[in-house]
Design a protein. Sequence first.
Length: 378
Amino acid sequence: MTDPLEQTEINTDVIIVGAGPAGAAAALTLLTYSDLKVTLVEQADLNDVRVAEHVGSDIFDLLGYLKITKSAFPEDTFLPCYNQTSYWGGDEPVSVQELFNIDNKAFRLDREKFDFVLLGYVAARGGLVYSRTRCTGFAQGADHSWQLNLKNRSQGRFKLNGRYLIDACGRKADVCRQVGVLSARHDKLMGVGAFFHFDKSRKTKQEQVMESHELGWWYCARLPDQRQVVAFFSDADIIGQHRLNQPENWQQLLAQSRHIKFGGKGGAVLAGAPWVRNASSHITHSVLKKNFIAVGDAAASFDPISAIGLGFAMTSACHGAKAVQTQLTSTDKHTKKAQLDAYQQEVVDHFEHYLRLRKKCYRHEHRWSGATFWSRRR
């Protein structure tokens, strides 16, 4: 039996792989400020549980640029995070804002609601969105245009042709690897965590807690729908050495914590084994590839301790999309090259600033300066 889309070829101007905030922001920039056709491709079904995300008040300036008001989101999409506490460098609590010099007005973001609203605007402004669709092949023609072989879980295989390709698939930078664009990796940080669920009778605070440990550091934050995330961050080799992906080892380490252990107390673990996710820092020089660019975490990814993630992801996506617009609509070679170079330099400058901030953050903790995890970051 032939797949419904087996022989189908779809033509577009810009292909964006990844439908998270970066992919959506890139799509919305192009759809709002140009007449280019945009197609978003996302492998997931858009219903995955997401780790807590905290954003600063500048998120509303970004949304304003995309012509989206705060009122367009459900009421509880942005909840003020009144208590951001860090046990870092000592046993006394210190505010995260004071320790890491971040925006005092922090909000806990409901990523599921946030992402769905953004994608709704993408569709409303004429963009195509293919979820549950896997990229099985990438080919670039002599004119530098792209053809992607795609497989949709329900509709089968089809081809997508585009003039420009954007990698917005996140920290893994999968598309970059597939098309031969390499990333410079600066560490091997991983997160090992679990989601907890509490019944509605328990009132959980809108708070975020961090606690350092000889092997790394703990993170705990409230999620929507009476859920809580608890995660431990360390390097891949340390996680492997202590087998922290095994439930009993992870739970034992959690029990040894002084404060984080109370975050999951009384809650039911949502999954048997802890999940393991890449949290490493990297930078990609994507503009060296013709008709290709990486945005968001695919362009540069950061240690979660920096709280840079989503703000940079959306900002870089907007700037990257404007560079793509120039490549496809301008005939001035100098202007086109200058805008690509400016975009890449902006990513580099941001990443170098982040590396300085990261070193400063980790130097606040001096109790285990000789331990492997901490000595790597001094």
